[in-house]
Design a protein around this ligand. Structure first.
Ligand code: MN
Length: 400
């Protein structure tokens, strides 16, 4: 499965990858494209020429119409697309519609409906418990029985490259003082390196999605940075969970990697003890072997491994809908911070600097204005090499 497209063969964006996104060129309406090598394939004119039944979904300014189509259509489109870029006979049809990446602006790939963030890494949850509640058990009693999560803010999910404005808010008064809470720009701005799952097919109110039906409902994955203001979060989160400490911005990659591109990446997760309830499909805990890199101002500061998570993506979706909550195309759920067991595998600066007490190389703890964070992701591809997921880039701007 190697592409004839210039430079694509053997790269991390070869014919076994083909993520979808939304792009625009000068003076033209945004529409759907697929990435191959260093090009975007403009799908609308190719699909129209070939009279695909669903060609209209590629002229849309978001992926939501494609998401709405469901698994059989997603699979047939992918088969068609792989053929276009790997069969030399298609070159004449396709080549005029390859646009160099440098000539396009990548947009928000889909309109986010409901957004849920989980807390599915045992190492992350244990580290945060030790940092925030040093005199107690790191894990609360529910943690090993259900994937803990909260509803975030879909309207502030932004595409890679969008600047992140330092939020202001309340934080508790300095230790040892009797003063009330302070207000001001966050002094503990942080990242959370995560993976996001994009829901396609609509489900019916009152009908849970079984863990086994994951692939019928989830279209693909995005890289995700859950920016977090730890000082705001620490004061506000009891008893109802994260609120303004996280809702100011969540960045996702501009590319959505279809689940089909990750067929070779499925792997067994480390295991669950005690065995979870039957609706969480104990024994079917499959995760994804995705490597993450956290890059701060050009330096790799951490390498979180997604394969070490405790709760699987299918379990998160089953739990998210077990009460009958329905889903819509464009709903998004995220893994929670990905942290592995080693210190160099932690997915937040909160953990990398141990609550700010153990600065990282260069004396850094939390984010400063002007800092650039890039999250990079890669996974085994179907052709034996590695495929890349879309980067998630954000630069911190001063508080307003
Ligand atoms: Mn998070």
């Amino acid at each position: 499965m190697t592409s004839w497209v210039d430079g694509a063969g053997g790269s991390s964006y070869d014919a076994d990858n083909l993520p979808y996104g939304v792009f625009s060129r000068d003076g033209e309406e945004p529409r759907v494209g697929a990435r191959i090598g260093e090009y975007v394939l403009d799908l609308a004119p190719v699909a129209a020429t070939e009279m695909l039944d669903v060609h209209a979904v590629f002229g849309e300014p978001t992926l939501n119409e494609l998401l709405r189509q469901g698994r059989p259509v997603w699979d047939s489109i992918r088969t068609w697309l792989v053929g276009l870029v790997s069969d030399e006979a298609e070159r004449g049809l396709v080549e005029p519609h390859l646009v160099p990446l440098a000539e396009v602006e990548l947009r928000m790939p889909f309109t986010v409906g409901d957004y849920v963030d989980f807390y599915a890494s045992l190492d992350h949850a244990s580290n945060v418990g030790r940092i925030f509640r040093p005199d107690q058990e790191p894990l609360l009693p529910n943690w090993r029985h259900l994937p803990v999560g909260y509803h975030g803010r879909g309207g502030t999910v932004v595409p890679s490259g969008t600047p992140v404005i330092r939020p202001s808010g309340q934080r508790r008064s300095p230790a040892g003082t009797e003063a009330g809470p302070e207000f001001g720009p966050s002094t503990r701005l942080d990242i959370e390196a995560e993976l996001g799952f994009v829901i396609g097919d609509r489900s019916v109110l009152g009908s849970p999605i079984a863990a086994d039906d994951f692939a019928d409902h989830v279209f693909g994955v995005v890289g995700l940075n859950d920016w977090s203001a730890r000082d705001i979060q620490a004061w506000e989160y009891v008893p109802l969970g994260p609120f303004l400490g996280k809702s100011f911005a969540t960045s996702i990659s501009a590319w959505v990697t279809p689940l089909a591109a990750l067929d070779a990446a499925w792997t067994d997760l480390p295991g669950q003890d005690p065995e979870p309830l039957p609706y969480l499909a104990p024994g079917a805990t499959r995760g994804l072997d995705i490597d993450v890199e956290v890059v701060l101002n050009g330096e790799v500061v951490s390498r979180p491994p997604y394969r070490t998570m405790y709760w699987s993506p299918a379990q998160m979706l089953a739990h998210l809908t077990v009460n009958g909550a329905s889903t819509r195309p464009g709903d998004l759920f995220a893994s929670g911070t990905i942290s592995g067991p080693e210190p160099g595998q932690r997915g937040s600066f909160l953990e990398l600097s141990w609550g700010g007490k153990e600065p990282m190389a260069g004396g850094r703890t939390f984010l400063e204005d002007g800092d650039e964070v890039v999250l990079r992701y890669s996974a085994p591809g179907a052709s034996g090499g590695r495929i890349a997921l879309g980067d998630v880039v954000g630069t911190v701007e001063p508080a307003r």
